[in-house]
Design a protein around this ligand. Sequence first.
Ligand SMILES: Cc1cc2nc3c(=O)[nH]c(=O)nc-3n(C[C@H](O)[C@H](O)[C@H](O)COP(=O)(O)O)c2cc1C
Length: 349
Amino acid sequence: MISPIERRKKEHLELCAKKDVSFKNKTTLLEFVELNYLALPEINFSEINLSTNFLGKNFSFPFLVSAITGGAQVSKKVNTEIAQACQEMGIGMGLGSMRAMLEQPSLTETYYVRDVAPDIFISGNLGAAQLKQYSPKEMNDALQAIEANALAIHINAAQEAMQPEGDLDFSGVVEKITEYAEQLSVPVYVKEVGHGVSYETAMLLRKTKIAAIDTQGAGGTSWTRVDSLRHKKSFGEEFRDIGVPTAVSIIETKNAIAGTNKKIIASGGIRNGVEATKAIILGADMVGNALPILQAQTKKGTNAIKNYLENFKKEMQITSFLLGCKNISELQKQEYVILGKLKEWLEQN
Ligand SMILES: Cc1cc2nc3c(=O)[nH]c(=O)nc-3n(C[C@H](O)[C@H](O)[C@H](O)COP(=O)(O)O)c2cc1C
């Protein structure tokens, strides 16, 4: 018998692989960020090195695959193929929500990828609304069982509101995040799921001991869309485009955490290396995405993911070259121009 959580995990994978699950009219607004193109970059392309260290682990370029799955039998194959590609590329990956394995420990193996990825950064995952159901000690044990390097706590109020079985008690969540960040033996970071972290949300998280915020802004996969497709009836479409566009989310998060040592992961609809480089220039330390990785995995497994990531890295290197930047810290000092809708959004906030 398949449990309700396992069924949901399976449906998420199938819907994301087969249906149009993107935002309808809203974009990331990264198209309104213009870069300082240099016709004379005065560097040698071969000097460009985008490697970095994030929460104690080395990355060959600043890419962290966003959380996708775990908990269904099909998750094992998906996670293994993503992990193999990440190990070969020298980057990190996020696992999907660990609620299924916390409820049913026999599902632990659907998350375990250390056998194929001994060296990479791996983050475990749990929903903020579910924190109250487990103690930090239980979570620590679960993270140890899969040999994770960090915990990503996802904040997904919009998504939960679309689920007939959704958990809508978000009271006391910041306090729980605070407790987890203080008590776990690995770093904790907070991620949205594609509707974006705003200035106000980042300010609430500023005072906690979390190590990073993963913005997961609007403009890519819409989780209100995915979950409304699951139950097909009543409502959902009205909320498809709700959220803070990725470019706004990066800038507002950067402003909110200024002066702390918290890191920013930029994500949500980032689809190529040019957009990723713009995100770094806006102030992110890392970038990531989920849907393109799942689509590549569905098509042709590890090799397709690797090809996608190799292209992505090349696009980041070429963009850096055309700006005359050799590394991430030079990119983060780059100037840029903000136009149109993005400018309007920022001016009014
Ligand atoms: C099939 C699938 C399952 C996902 N499951 C989770 C999850 O369990 N926990 C989580 O934090 N995010 C989950 N996400 C959300 C992604 O991590 C990411 O926040 C979101 O898809 C937006 O990024 P994108 O536009 O690059 O897809 C999932 C994404 C996909 C495609």
